[in-house]
Design a protein. Structure first.
Length: 104
C-alpha cells in the first residue's frame, strides 16, 4: 500500500451531502427548496449534493458556510477527505507502481 493509505481511515469518510441531508437541513426546520433558495443554487444542484452524486465545490461551500455560519473550510475539508479516500482505492494499483523518489 502507499504511504498515504497508512494515514487514511479504513471507513469511507462521510460525504458532506449526507451531513446536510441527515443533520443540518432537518435541524434548521426548512425544506430542501428553501435551503437551495437561501444559498442561491438550484434545487437540482442541491439534490445532487444531498444524493452524494455531486461534490461540494468552493462556490457551494462558501454559500453553505455563510448560511450556517461555520465558514467554507469544514465543507471543503469533508469533501476532500471523501474524494481522496475514494480515489485512493480507485487508483490503488496505479499508485503501487509509482516508486517514491529518492535523492541521490
Amino acid at each position: 500500500m502507499t504511504e498515504l493509505n497508512a494515514r487514511r481511515p479504513q471507513r469511507e469518510p462521510t460525504h458532506p451531502g449526507a451531513i446536510l441531508r441527515e443533520d443540518v437541513i432537518p435541524e434548521m426546520g426548512i425544506s430542501v427548496s428553501e435551503f437551495a433558495r437561501r444559498i442561491g443554487v438550484s434545487r437540482q444542484t442541491l439534490h445532487k449534493i444531498l444524493a452524494e452524486t455531486d461534490s461540494i465545490t468552493p462556490n457551494t461551500a462558501l454559500r453553505i458556510g455563510k448560511l450556517i455560519g461555520n465558514g467554507p473550510e469544514l465543507w471543503l475539508t469533508m469533501q476532500q477527505r471523501h474524494d481522496l479516500w475514494r480515489l485512493e482505492r480507485e487508483l490503488r494499483h496505479d499508485l503501487e507502481r509509482i516508486e517514491k523518489y529518492q535523492d541521490a
